[in-house]
Design a protein around this ligand. Structure first.
Ligand SMILES: [Zn+2]
Ligand SMILES: [Zn+2]
Ligand SMILES: [Zn+2]
Length: 349
């Protein structure tokens, strides 16, 4: 680039800051100037049955350990049979070498599974909005119940969808991991939101959402309660950030209208995803909300991240290896191009 020439975000390699984490992503748009090829490489998979006798999440079936599921009619919550955390663990911290180099701490917690529907073959993309609203209500109940426990300071609700994401079962479900510590990702984001709040007296995500509503370039969905957009700093090809429009810290503050609006937003995001490569789109999704540590977290703004791995077709995924593992994440198609593509698909019937 010649001196005096201004950086072009549509052409020149550059890095973008994620203000929520303080981390950067390297963007190489010159490698992705080819127009959209529409490579859908249709992977034909047999449709799932409405009931699978071998599924441990289907109503009436027995799970590992011999527990039998009730013949539930809508949602169903149970403690994970192979929980990564135990409630009874002591929180003791051990500084084993006395120099802070070999340190461990007990992590008490609770892991639960939430089935979204008795139907084995449904997903958030194919469920009715009213059914998803029921799922949102269960999330709220779980967040409240787990969050009020003394030993629980953070409640992470997340969904892993698709074999590519390591989801062992296609039955529509998510997990809740409630922990004594605030995990790494929300911890980073809370710090950034807190410092923004302290220095500017405003909320980082309220300000960011307002900017994107004006710019529109990365905005895909808007309803009464939420927005869905490709963040400027997106790492995954079709990453989406869903954020409440109002400054809400957690689901605890949801009105009935908020629950319905979130259900509508999740349905829109996931059904649009399914159109990208004409497959049931794999992703990891989860909510970031206020910790339940009894502190006031005025800085915290409710949002969800969708991280889908697919890049160019139903089978070609993005890997975080090489420079990305050792340096910093990198992408070719810009957030704006991805948003444009998703917007087109969202408007297609
Ligand atoms: Zn099932
Ligand atoms: Zn806010
Ligand atoms: Zn977040």
């Amino acid at each position: 680039m010649q001196r005096g020439q201004i950086l072009k975000l549509t052409e020149d390699p550059h890095r973008r800051l994620n203000p929520l984490t303080g981390e950067w992503v390297l963007v190489s748009p010159h490698r992705a100037t080819r127009p959209w090829q529409g490579e859908v490489a249709g992977v034909q998979t047999a449709p799932e049955p409405a009931y699978d006798p071998n599924c441990y999440l289907c109503p009436g079936n027995s799970r590992a350990g011999g527990v039998r599921n009730p013949t539930y009619g809508s949602t169903f919550v149970f403690d994970n049979d192979f929980a990564a955390l135990k409630q009874s663990t002591d929180r003791t911290r051990l500084d084993i070498d006395q120099q802070g180099l070999i340190v461990a701490q007990g992590e008490p917690g609770i892991c639960r599974v939430i089935c979204f529907s008795p139907r084995h073959d449904l997903t958030l993309a194919t469920m009715e909005i009213g059914e998803i609203e029921g799922v949102v209500q269960i999330w709220i109940d779980q967040f409240r119940e787990l969050g009020t426990r003394k030993e629980i300071n953070h409640v992470q609700i997340f969904e892993n969808r698709g074999a590519m994401m390591g989801a062992s079962n296609p039955h529509p479900h998510c997990q809740v991991w409630a922990t004594a510590s605030i995990p790494g990702e929300p911890q980073k984001e809370l710090r950034a939101q807190h410092s923004y709040w302290k220095t500017r007296g405003r909320c980082l995500l309220c300000d960011y959402v307002a900017l994107e509503q004006t710019a529109q370039a990365r905005m895909i969905f808007e309803n009464e309660g939420f927005v869905g957009l490709v963040p400027f700093w997106a790492v995954w090809p079709f990453e989406i950030l869903v954020s409440s429009r109002r400054h809400l810290g957690s689901m605890n503050q949801f009105t009935g209208a908020d629950s319905r609006a979130l259900a509508d937003m999740l349905h829109r995001v996931t059904s649009t995803y399914n159109k990208v490569f004409d497959v049931s789109f794999p992703y990891s999704m989860g909510f970031h909300q206020s910790p339940t540590d009894n502190a006031t977290h005025s800085e915290c703004h409710f949002h969800a991240h969708f991280y889908p791995p697919l890049l160019r077709s139903a089978t070609i995924r993005k890997f975080m290896v090489g420079f990305e593992m050792l340096g910093t994440p990198q992408r070719d198609i810009t957030a704006e191009i991805a948003a444009e593509r998703l917007k087109q698909l969202a408007n297609q019937q």
